[in-house]
Design a protein around this ligand. Structure first.
Ligand code: ASP
Length: 373
């Protein structure tokens, strides 16, 4: 039902927000406010935290955050750098396609001061999915648009229609398709026909065989920021799991799964196996554990312990979800930023890094792994 068709007097999300604002600013604000006392003190020095691939964008945006840039503006600009980069095969232009060769993007933004969010799922032909997610937040009464609706919406707001499947991503997708089965009509090239070409993925060189191995290509960019005024915002954007079933949407556009922020407490986001972040409400749980007084590292590792236990339970019907030693057969990274500026990056496995920008510089910091290899 459109807003114009709403029965007279029926509140919609926008009118409720306006009413809440009016209440909060009126004389009875203290009595009527559902907001408890701020339990975490904000510090007045900006901080940005995000996935390893957020570093490039942070280098240009952190100085602007120091000058007073709004936290959502800063976070969005950070992730747009990777969305526009055809060489990053996990986000935006050049992202890996679904099993039919279509690149579909998921993205979301969340704004602490207004506790509002916007998201798109399975968006096509649009480089800056994060900007479309922001339009959903700012120019609609909704939290999420998906598939053709999201794509048409992006077009209406003037986003250029672009073929996101780069020649490189097409080659990798075709190689995957040709190697799927010996029982279909597609033939994989003979060894002698393979070029030995190397493909750049997540800053490293990979062979075609590595890119289509059992370890599916994943990758996403998340950025949380805390501004000079102590305001929080975050965003996450991705092309999702490579060769996914058409229509699959991961955690990245789901509030509470791939990202979450609460102006009273902190912000969090994740990359890695989206299904595990959805099933554990990972980002929401990170923020709620921060609220309970845990440090960012403790909170992140507690969520990953739960993810491990959930995978072990799921292995009763999906044995391949765990390895032979009973630990998850996938990875999940979580990035946490408290209102006090404290932060952590944690992962189930591995020794990789997360990006941080604060008064100590813009740099990579090692992730804390829950499980040794
Ligand atoms: N979390 C993303 C998804 O599941 C993928 C990734 O981060 O690698 O869609």
């Amino acid at each position: 039902m459109s807003q114009a068709n709403l029965p007279k007097g029926q509140p919609n999300r926008r009118s409720l927000l306006l009413a809440a604002g009016a209440l909060a600013s009126g004389p009875a604000a203290a009595l009527n406010s559902a907001k408890g006392p701020a339990i975490h003190e904000s510090r007045k020095r900006p901080v940005m935290v995000g996935s390893a691939n957020a570093l490039r964008g942070m280098k240009t945006q952190y100085p602007r955050l120091l000058e007073g840039l709004e936290p959502l503006d800063a976070a969005v600009e950070v992730v747009k750098v990777v969305e526009a980069d055809p060489n990053d095969m996990s986000v935006g232009l050049g992202g890996m396609p679904d099993e039919e060769g279509r690149v579909t993007l998921d993205a979301a933004v969340m704004h602490g001061p207004t506790h509002n969010s916007g998201a798109v799922g399975a968006l096509e032909n649009t480089v800056h999915a994060v900007e479309v997610a922001r339009l959903v937040m700012e120019r609609t009464d909704h939290c999420m648009l998906v598939a053709q609706g999201a794509t048409r919406f992006a077009k209406q707001y003037g986003h250029p229609q672009v073929d996101l499947l780069t020649p490189k991503a097409r080659e990798v997708w075709l190689a995957w398709k040709e190697s799927m089965s010996g029982k279909d009509d597609r033939l994989a090239p003979k060894k002698s026909q393979k070029s030995g070409k190397l493909y750049e993925y997540m800053g490293e060189k990979w062979t075609l065989e590595q890119l289509i191995s059992d370890q599916r290509i994943t990758g996403t960019i998340h950025c949380s920021s805390l501004s000079l005024k102590g305001e929080l915002a975050c965003c996450t954007t991705t092309s999702g799991l490579s060769f996914k079933i058409p229509g699959r949407v991961g955690d990245s556009p789901i509030i509470g799964a791939g990202l979450y922020c609460d102006q009273e407490v902190g912000s969090a986001g994740g990359t890695g196996r989206g299904e595990s972040a959805i099933l554990s409400c990972a980002s929401f749980l990170c923020v709620e554990l921060l609220r309970s007084g845990m440090s960012p590292e403790e909170a992140g590792l507690t969520v990953l312990r739960r993810v491990t236990a959930q995978a072990q339970r799921a292995s009763a019907w999906q044995p391949e979800i765990v390895r032979a030693d009973g630990l998850p057969a996938f990875n999940l990274q979580l990035y946490l930023l408290g209102l006090d500026g404290k932060h952590a990056g944690v992962s189930l496995f591995g020794t990789s890094a997360y990006s941080v920008a604060d008064e100590e510089g813009v740099r990579h910091v090692p992730l804390v792994a829950l499980h040794a290899k």
